[in-house]
Design a protein around this ligand. Sequence first.
Ligand SMILES: NC(=O)c1ccc[n+]([C@@H]2O[C@H](COP(=O)([O-])OP(=O)(O)OC[C@H]3O[C@@H](n4cnc5c(N)ncnc54)[C@H](OP(=O)(O)O)[C@@H]3O)[C@@H](O)[C@H]2O)c1
Length: 304
Amino acid sequence: MRVFVTGATGFIGTAVVQELIDAGHQVLGLARSDAGAKSLIAAGAQVHRGSLEDLDSLRSGAAAADGVIHTAFIHDFSNYGPAAEADRRAIDALGGALAGSDRPLIITSGTLLAQRKGPLATEEDAPNPNFPRKSEEAAIALAAHRIRASVLRLPPSVHGNGDHGFVPHLISIAREKGVSAYLGDGLNRWPAVHRLDAAHLYRLVLEKGTAGASYHGVSDEGIPTREIAAAIGRGLDVPVVRKSREEAADHFGWIGHFFGIDGPASSAQTRERLGWRPVQPGLIADLNAEHYFEHVAEAAVSRG
Ligand SMILES: NC(=O)c1ccc[n+]([C@@H]2O[C@H](COP(=O)([O-])OP(=O)(O)OC[C@H]3O[C@@H](n4cnc5c(N)ncnc54)[C@H](OP(=O)(O)O)[C@@H]3O)[C@@H](O)[C@H]2O)c1
């Protein structure tokens, strides 16, 4: 299959590109810079120049492909509304180019965006209507127009070498403050997945996904945030401390809200329907590996 991948130069997108090429697919990767284009060529992909703001570039990329995987997102948490709106417009444009063809379109969402009804968020749970990111609603609307649009929900930590998401942000806060904190009793849970397992799931959804279905890329169903804070404390060699929920914003800034969420999630239906089996290390094992704290070791070496 010839697959148009947006976000092909990102942390998850690069793993998706590799996964697709290794499985014999051709990749047309969206690049908005020369550096991005160069990295795609080096990975064995073809380059499609454009951006999320240039909807015609998205339409022409999708029109030239047998399927689309959409992972690009403007990660500006201080300006989240416009980023979410750009994502919705991009999904509409991609879907418009695929209409009536039954070609697959996989969009990316988050397990924390699901309205959890039971002990674990499941693939059946609807997206939370109060959240500004409307990727899922846009994809579900497309599924009604003979587009094989599916949703892949990722947990708040997609981890692995090169991670620059929430967990590295927590690490930098702990380094700056000299303590690694959790909120309240720290028993609220975060699910997680390794980026290579996530990339494998994107391919399975591309090949076997059902229109309108949601899939969960969840390996660790729910790690108490206290354990994440403890692993960060070990990695940085700083004390692990409790902060009250009232101190969340002051200590953590914008990420305090997310780190306080109890968001355990299941991937049982995804595993059953697609035969997906995550094989990579879990988040705590990954945090115990060196790459999350290499710069700490490097700084210690340079300090002599
Ligand atoms: N990483 C996680 O832990 C995590 C967790 C849950 C959900 N997700 C979701 O998973 C998806 C991929 O995340 P990621 O971690 O791979 O993100 P990332 O490393 O920040 O990569 C973002 C990708 O989007 C591209 N992009 C950003 N703004 C763009 C624009 N205006 N036009 C065109 N391309 C643009 C970037 O291109 P450049 O290379 O040119 O910057 C890059 O390829 C996102 O939807 C994200 O919200 C990630």
